[in-house]
Design a protein. Sequence first.
Length: 207
Amino acid sequence: MSRYQTDQEAFWAGGFGDEYLLRNQGEKVVASNLHLFARVLSATSGVASIMELGANVGLNLKALARLLPGVQMEAVEINEKAAASLEQWGGARVHRCSILEFQPEIQSDLVFTKGVLIHIDPEKIPVAYDLLHRASRRYICVIEYYNPSPVAVSYRGHNDRLFKRDFAGDLLDRFENLRLVDYGFVYRRDRNFPQDDVTWFLLEKMG
């Protein structure tokens, strides 16, 4: 019996998650991430600490480390091989667990997900929302696939493994002290810095 609460967690902790980290590597990915996160950070101020929920091998954090040298980083990662790669890099404190189980000991100035909320069981997504809000001192950024209403999409031949919805809208409705700061879209056919058709939303805690 799986030690995880959901099938989706076991899916990413196991062989499929191992394959994913092999598919998503390289300096081109980091370059695209540099461009994306430069846009996100341009709407922020005073970010000295960052937490990524579902960090994989750290390609997002590596880009952020170049943009904000000396920034303190926390990473939560469910896949053991990906977490080991993160630890070998050494740029972040790594928490080896599911984000549905993670209990943050500190708050970070910016807490974000990138392609993670889309893979969480919809019945458990409120747990992830509460974690994002609780772990953030000031900013929350969600970089995910957007859809105005919840929908399940087949993912590499697997059902119930990818869910699109308005994650930012859910967060704004759930927490009255959040406001929308900025948002954008990055097309997979961008000639220089492509992403996988992701939409990003930057939210800020007000008080």
